[in-house]
Design a protein around this ligand. Structure first.
Ligand SMILES: NC(=O)c1ccc[n+]([C@@H]2O[C@H](COP(=O)([O-])OP(=O)(O)OC[C@H]3O[C@@H](n4cnc5c(N)ncnc54)[C@H](O)[C@@H]3O)[C@@H](O)[C@H]2O)c1
Length: 415
């Protein structure tokens, strides 16, 4: 039975998931057999994080090979390829086997990569393209690792939720770039918090206070679209703004602790210092949100991209009736979580570990961050259902090198 939000009730979910679970198990067993030998991986989005992710994938796993790369820009693709081929870790360089015919450049490069015989795809473009790419990767029957956030608007979130369900039906593994979920200190501490180690949860805090990663000048020879894509951070339609793009990490931990998403949020913020110039886009540079969960627990979230910020401004904190935790203080840290998440992905694909599908979870955390932005930009309290059902789309229409993508007005709660 669906409730009025379109979600399946918990009781019915058991029936659906039992049937879907059997189908998924069968599908996974079939896929595991096809992957007993070398697992072929491709990368979409060959920038800083994509290169790091593929390096972690190769470093953490054996009998894997990166065979294909896709990026809008040749220079980004080439520098990634050079870093992998010349890597000083022999396991990374030795498992790199990319030929020219498997290097794809342009706006449709991701589609060309999906036509190759890769088994698994790592997706690490800026967020504007992520939902579309996740959908295409799963439609192509490939296992997936996708960077967070998975979308910049609710329309994109719903696309990913549907794609994640499809992955489950097909037995495709789906790991998300919320790497704290693969960090042993977080895993152990959050388990203890949930078991009552600091008593009842009274309130929670999450901060991301840091500088703006970049806002590039328009270089000669770049079309307008090339500029927007290369300098994707300061635009709502390309990054989702700081709260969605980076603070999602901390918000995701809060949802994890609660085992749920918030029911509503009221938020404020503004554009305190970003110059009123095309180069600095239309994002706000600070957000303060009060989220409420179903049991009344409040979570205070604070995120900003300001210059000269104090160090140590990125954290999560849970205040309990019998103590306080930063969500990782009850256990030692272990393997680098960026490597561990790629190990866990491969184990899931090979049926050597639990099946992982983090698609819904990262979609919910993306929407949680997004509803904070929506509340701040409109001045309205936003409920989970309103965010989930919202038709808000930041898609600027077809991507075309010959078209301009003018910066929209900075959002105002007075509009
Ligand atoms: N999990 C983490 O800790 C972490 C850290 C950094 C970045 N990230 C995430 O990784 C993603 C990428 O960030 P980055 O820092 O690597 O940015 P980046 O600008 O260094 O790299 C993005 C790459 O994607 C390419 N690209 C853009 N649009 C594309 C398209 N349509 N098709 C193919 N390629 C395209 C760009 O040319 C560029 O090479 C973002 O979603 C970001 O949030 C996650």
């Amino acid at each position: 039975m669906n409730d009025n939000t379109g979600r399946i009730s918990r009781r019915d979910f058991g029936k659906v998931s039992a049937a879907a679970g059997f189908a998924a198990l069968t599908a996974r067993a079939a896929r595991a057999e096809t992957n007993v030998d070398t697992l072929r991986v491709g990368l979409i989005g060959c920038g800083g994080q994509g290169t790091n992710n593929i390096t972690s994938f190769l470093q953490g796993n054996e009998n894997v090979q990166v065979i294909a790369l896709a990026d809008t820009f040749e220079d980004r693709l080439n520098s990634c390829r050079e870093r992998l081929e010349g890597h000083d870790n022999p396991q990374v360089a030795g498992q790199t086997n990319i030929d020219d015919a498997h290097c794809f450049v342009g706006l449709d490069a991701y589609q060309q990569l999906l036509e190759t015989d890769v088994d698994v795809v790592l997706q690490a473009t800026p967020p504007y393209a992520t939902a579309r790419h996740i959908e295409a990767i799963i439609d192509a029957g490939k296992h997936i690792f996708s960077e967070k956030p998975i979308a910049v608007d609710p329309v994109g979130v719903r696309r990913v939720m549907a794609a994640a369900d499809k992955a489950e039906e097909q037995g495709l593994s789906f790991v998300a770039g919320t790497q704290r979920r693969h960090a042993i200190d977080y895993i152990e501490t959050i388990k203890q918090i949930q078991d009552g180690a600091i008593g009842d949860i009274v309130a929670m805090r999450a901060h991301w206070r840091g500088g703006i990663p970049f806002a590039l000048e328009h270089e000669e020879g770049w079309s307008d679209l090339e500029w927007r894509i290369r300098s994707w951070i300061p635009h709502n339609w390309t990054s989702g703004a700081n709260i969605v793009e980076q603070h999602i990490h901390n918000i995701d931990v809060m949802n994890w602790v609660k085992g749920d998403h918030p029911t509503s949020v009221v938020a404020s913020g503004g554009r305190a210092w970003l110059p009123d110039e095309d180069r600095y886009g239309d994002i706000w540079d600070n957000f303060s949100c009060e989220y409420e969960y179903a049991d009344g627990t409040r979570m205070f979230s604070f995120s900003r991209w300001w210059p000269r910020d104090a160090a140590g401004g990125v954290f999560e904190e849970v205040m309990g009736s019998e103590g306080v935790s930063n969500c990782r203080d009850m256990a030692e840290s272990g393997v680098d979580p960026y490597v561990q998440e790629q190990i866990n992905l491969v184990k899931s694909i090979r049926n050597e570990g639990p099946y992982i599908n983090e698609g819904r979870q990262v979609a919910e955390s993306t929407l949680t961050a997004m509803m904070g932005r929506m509340s701040a930009y409109t001045g309205q309290r936003v409920s989970w259902e309103e965010a989930l059902e919202s038709d808000l789309s930041l898609d600027p229409g077809e991507l075309d090198w010959d078209r301009d993508y003018p910066v929209p007005p900075v959002p105002s709660p007075a509009d």
